[in-house]
Design a protein around this ligand. Structure first.
Ligand SMILES: Cc1cc2nc3c(=O)[nH]c(=O)nc-3n(C[C@H](O)[C@H](O)[C@H](O)COP(=O)(O)OP(=O)(O)OC[C@H]3O[C@@H](n4cnc5c(N)ncnc54)[C@H](O)[C@@H]3O)c2cc1C
Length: 315
């Protein structure tokens, strides 16, 4: 069975959920092989093996962090030439898409971005135009290089062989042309990461202000142990930071529970949350399109409903 290379996203060896999802997807195409590089890569091997990696290519070299994506691209190009994998799966992050594009040029292959599923024959499914159209596409030249959106598939705990292969991260002159000189830590809220959270509490224009997010949305999120999300109307108004926007031009979430408050349900918002397992809606307009997606709905003013709900949850 051909290998399927999975590019691992991790932070000091703590594997991001999307990488475990990609291993589950890889198992449906061939034999999953994880590629993990950067400081702390060693610490990621056990989790990758426990989620189906038969081979783990490892380099602890921190060059990947110092020279942006090129060392990873060069390593993948080398592995593609040596192993002829059935596919290369990459998380659909900003870096992931840059790696995919550069790798496709380097190995003269086709590339597909933002897939939500990949079939055993390499056919990728994409949701486009805000989820209104489903496209099936297949790479017809070279090794399929596919970026996959987070939360497209659930991670599966299935022990792989976990054969460790230490690799040398190539650092070419081209890679050295760009050097990271400074990093600024993003302020952490203490809440779960939006893309990976199992519960998301989102607010839209109906929240009315940044104060509304602080006094109504965040307390409910904290009572549920949830991440906070926002519609574009709310982020564009400056009520909540853009990094928390859910939708076509924001994050894709697929939590167990999505609570949409004061959000109308525009197609571009749905594109980012429509695969949520259970959707609860609070909206004062009973005709709001978001109710089409709702498992449970409350027609009412969120400024009244949410504090009551938070109070009940806090006991
Ligand atoms: C190219 C493109 C990309 C886009 N990408 C995104 C994206 O990624 N994410 C995104 O969200 N949008 C995106 N949009 C914008 C999208 O089309 C909508 O404009 C946006 O989602 C609307 O946000 P909203 O539902 O918060 O606001 P509205 O559509 O204005 O809805 C507000 C809702 O709040 C309800 N409400 C008002 N007051 C209360 C109250 N007190 N209590 C309860 N309910 C109340 C109203 O009944 C209404 O249903 C994009 C648009 C374009 C063109």
């Amino acid at each position: 069975m051909s290998e399927v290379l999975v590019v691992v996203d991790h932070s000091a060896g703590e594997v991001k959920k999307v990488s475990l999802e990609l291993l589950a997807m890889a198992a449906g195409i061939g034999s999953p092989s994880a590629v993990v590089v950067g400081a702390g890569a060693d610490a990621a091997v056990a989790a990758l093996t426990a989620h189906g990696a038969n081979v783990v290519y490892v380099s602890n070299d921190s060059a990947v962090a110092n020279h942006v994506v090129i060392p990873m691209v060069d390593l993948l190009a080398q592995l593609v030439a040596e192993k002829s994998p059935a596919a290369v799966l990459i998380p659909s992050s900003v870096d992931g898409k840059e790696i995919a594009g550069r790798l496709a040029i380097a190995v003269n292959s086709g590339v597909i971005t933002d897939a939500v599923a990949v079939a055993a024959d390499g056919t990728a499914t994409q949701n486009v135009f805000g989820g209104a159209t489903i496209v099936q596409a297949k790479v017809t030249h070279g090794t399929p290089i596919i970026t996959v959106r987070p939360n497209s598939i659930a991670p599966v705990e299935a022990a792989g062989a976990g054969t460790r292969v230490d690799v040398v991260l190539p650092v070419s002159d081209a890679a050295k042309a760009t050097t990271v000189t400074n990093r600024v830590a993003v302020e952490k809220s203490g809440r779960p990461d939006l893309s990976e959270a199992s519960i998301v509490v989102s607010g839209g224009r109906g929240v009315g202000s940044d104060e509304g997010f602080a006094s109504v949305i965040e307390p409910l999120a904290d009572a549920l142990g949830a991440a906070v999300g926002a519609s574009r109307a709310a982020t564009d108004a400056g009520w909540y930071p853009h990094q928390f926007q859910v939708g076509q031009t924001g994050k894709t979430v697929s939590p167990q529970l999505y609570v949409a408050n004061g959000i109308s349900g525009a197609i571009q918002h749905r594109a980012g949350m429509q695969t949520s397992k259970t959707v609860v809606v609070v909206n004062k307009d009973a005709e709001a399109p978001i109710f089409d997606l709702a498992d449970f709905g409350v027609v009412g003013d969120l400024h009244t409903v949410l504090p009551e709900l938070t109070k009940i949850l806090k006991g």
